[in-house]
Design a protein around this ligand. Structure first.
Ligand SMILES: [Ca+2]
Ligand SMILES: [Ca+2]
Ligand SMILES: [Ca+2]
Length: 134
C-alpha cells in the first residue's frame, strides 16, 4: 500500500514537473507505466476505465457500491457531482462514475484517435481526467 502510494506521488510530481524536461520525461514514463497495460506509451479508454474502476473500489470505503461526497474526497465539485448523478440521490454508482471518466477522456482527446498520448495527458483536460484515476 505504501509503495503504491509513493508511486502515485511520483506520478503527480511528474505531472507537476513539466517545466524540467529531463526529470519530467522520466517521471512521465512512470506515469504511463502505472496505467498503461499494453505498454505502447498511450492510454486508451479501456485502460482508463480499468484504472478508474480500481480507484472506485478503493474509494468505496463502506463497500455499498456507490461513492458519496465524502468518499469522492473532493474529486468532483458539488456541481460536477450533481451533473454526474442523474438519479439525484447524491451518490455515484460505478457506471455513473465511469460516464464522467469517459466524458473527460473524450475531452482530453481532441484529435479523436481514441488514445491519449503524453501531450494530451499533460493538457488541462488530461489532468482533469487523471484526477479521477488516482
Ligand atoms: Ca460507498
Ligand atoms: Ca446516483
Ligand atoms: Ca489522442
Amino acid at each position: 500500500m505504501t509503495s503504491r502510494r509513493s508511486m502515485l506521488f511520483t506520478m503527480v510530481g511528474g505531472v507537476l514537473a513539466m517545466g524540467q524536461p529531463a526529470v519530467a520525461a522520466a517521471r512521465r514514463a512512470v506515469l504511463i507505466g502505472v496505467f498503461a497495460t499494453d505498454n505502447d506509451g498511450t492510454l486508451d479508454l479501456a485502460e482508463v476505465k480499468k484504472a478508474a474502476s480500481a480507484l472506485f473500489s478503493k474509494l468505496d470505503r463502506d463497500h455499498d457500491g456507490t461513492l458519496d461526497k465524502r468518499e469522492l474526497a473532493g474529486r468532483l465539485t458539488a456541481g460536477e457531482l450533481a451533473a454526474a448523478d442523474p438519479d439525484h440521490n447524491g451518490t455515484l454508482t460505478q457506471d455513473e462514475y465511469l460516464a464522467v471518466v469517459e466524458q473527460r477522456f473524450n475531452a482530453a482527446d481532441p484529435d479523436k484517435d481514441g488514445t491519449l498520448d503524453r501531450k494530451e495527458l499533460n493538457s488541462k483536460a488530461g489532468q482533469a481526467l487523471l484526477h479521477l484515476l488516482r
